[in-house]
Each structure stands twice: as C-alpha cells, then as structure tokens.
Design a protein around this ligand. Sequence first.
Ligand code: PLP
Length: 397
Amino acid sequence: MTEQDIRTKLVHAGERRGLPDAQPVATPIYASATFTYDSMAEMDRVFSGEKQGFVYTRYGNPTTAALEEAVRAVEEGAVACAYATGMAAVHAALLACDLRSGSTVLASQDVYGATTNLLNTILINFGVKTVHVDFSDLETVRAKARELRPQVMIAETISNPLLKVCDIEACVQIAHENGARLIVDNTFASPYLRQPLKLGADLVVHSATKYLSGHADAMGGVVVSRDEMDKGALVSVMKLVGGVLGVWEAHEIMRGLKTLGLRIERQCTNAQRLAAELVEHNLVGRVYYPDSADKAARLLRQPFLCALVSIELQENTRAAAFSFMNSLKLCVRSTSLGDVFTSVLHPATASHRDLLPARRRELGISDGLIRISVGIEDVEDVLADIEQALKVAHKVE
Ligand code: PLP
C-alpha cells in the first residue's frame, strides 16, 4: 500500500491491531460500537448466530458480556442480560414474561415506586392490568392469585423502606400453582444475601446502580433468568427497545462486584450495630430491621441479614426528620442506596413522593420515616454523626 495521507492515518492508525498474546487480567473497556471480521462470510456466520461473536454493541459487547456472565454466575441462573438502568431491567423482565393485552400482574404493594408507576401508567395503556397486594399476607396473595390467574407475580426480596423480607419460597409456590412466573427484584439483598433463583423464582432483577456497583458512580440493571429459553426475549428487548448498558458503566459495575461480599458483610455488621443502638435510644421512636427469627429472614445470609435500617424519630414528623437529615455531617443525603458511604433518604418526599398521603399511611410510611443505607465507614463515626443530629432534631443540648 502507498503511504497514506495524514487524514487517512488520523482515522485508522493504531486501530484493529488484534490482541497481544498476553491475556489482560481484567476485562478491558471495549469502547467500540461495531466489530469487523476478516471476511464477509465470517461476519455472516456471526450475524446468523452460527458463530459466537460481536457485531454491534446494541446487540452485545465483550465488556457488558463479562458483567452479564459474572452476575449470572453469582445469581446461579441460566442466562443474564444487562440494561442501562434498573428500571430498564424491570421493564425487560416484565416483557420477557410475554405480557400482552389482557394479562394481569400481581404485584407486591411494596415494590419500588417506579415499578408501580411503570405498571400503572405505561403498561396499563397496553392492556396489562396490575393488582397490588401485601405480599406479607400470604393468604391474600394466594386468594388473589387463584382469582386473577396472573401472568406474572413481582416482589422484592427486602422491601423499601420498611425492610420486610419476602417469603420467596411461598411466593414461588403460589405463582407456580396458578400458572404465573415470579420476578424477584433482588436489589436490596444482592446475590450475596439471597439468591432467589435457588428458591425457585423465575427471574431476578437488579438495579446494578446500588449494591452491585456500590460506589455511586454508575447506573445499570441486570435480569437473570433460571431458564435459558428467556434469552431470546431478554436480548430482543435489549436490541429493539435499545436500553443497553454502556461499556464504561459495565466496567465500573464489574469492578464493584468484586468487593460485593466484603462491602456487604461490613455494611450489614455496621447496620446491625446501628439498629441495636437506635432501638435503645430515647430520641428514636421506632427502628425497622429484619428480625432474624422471622421465617423469611432466616433465608437471608446469616448473620448478615440486611445493610439498611429505617427509623422514626421520637418526634415522628417531617420537620424533625428534615432537621435530623440536615444536621448530618458525615452521612450523605442521597436518593440511592447500597453505596460505600452511609446515606439517608426521606421516603415520603423521595421514593414514595408520588403516592397520596393516605396511601403512604396505609403502607406504613410515616412523614417522619428515614431510611439509612449503611456504608463501610467506621461505625463509631456513623453513630456519632447520628447522635449529634438526633439531638439537634429534638432540640436537646
Ligand atoms: N428496583 C429497586 C428496588 C430500586 O430501589 C430501584 C431504584 O432505586 C430500581 C429498581 C430502579 O433502578 P435504577 O434507578 O437503576 O433504574
């Protein structure tokens, strides 16, 4: 080939040099929208699925595929597919269950607010009806499943913000007796504390933005199915709806995943200490934390249980909660959870803001409720911060 012009070199120089013999020890970020092959015949074989490979990043990418494989392995499923956010993953899981006009979804009343809104404001327009019930009342769940014969049941392993633990085994039985598939959003537990597929759930969903990533620097979502047959539907949603996970985020989440066990163990140990101190505190009215004696909670990894604690102050009002949260100097006011730092959220004005006050009261979410996602800091520092903020909120010297 003759010497190329600089304008050509600027475009092609250094690219597509092939992999060196050495294997990178960590999956690189494959920041490439498309992939080329030596011949059209080979490309055709990859397109047809006859040969494994990547052609276009909306259809799959090596960095994202590495994360999918990691999450599939730790959830012990058959297939996993990653999406741009947890909500994109919830949406994909619902669509993978072949929802269509006339289908019914039986949803836990405690599912994440955006999941409720997705069902009640978007999927409803496509003829999908959703009925919400209290999944801690298994008799009602069973009766409703028999009456409605839902296509899908959806619950969360640990509910937000009251931290109720779902009896997944019982829900699996009810779902399967009535011809439904069970989707479990495992965001709050993470696969380290619970693996719902091993208890018989059909699909697991994660907001990878939370514990899987753990550092508040990436958004993502993953669906894992126990059934290889779901692969087609999950990949179709990714390809056709297009909410693919970016390769940078896939890399960040993959890096976070490596320390999930260490982080969660520390976060849960800190959370238990916090719960134990706050339950005795005269400026705290109520503490919500899973009860290790509870049948469903026993299925969470012992002795760790849960890395979140929710509290109501002695003065259980929005004003006192705001004053407490404003006074925190270490704990971060943040609309998320599962990060390495301790963060606080006010459900009534954040996750459950869209609900009418009466509905919030029905669900047990008072205006003074505060959710604490406990981090990996030294717990004494977190306790000291909470102690001083409790005093400010209650005007104690
Ligand atoms: N599921 C649960 C339980 C969540 O808490 C969230 C977000 O807070 C989501 C799903 C949605 O995740 P994302 O914000 O990554 O879309």
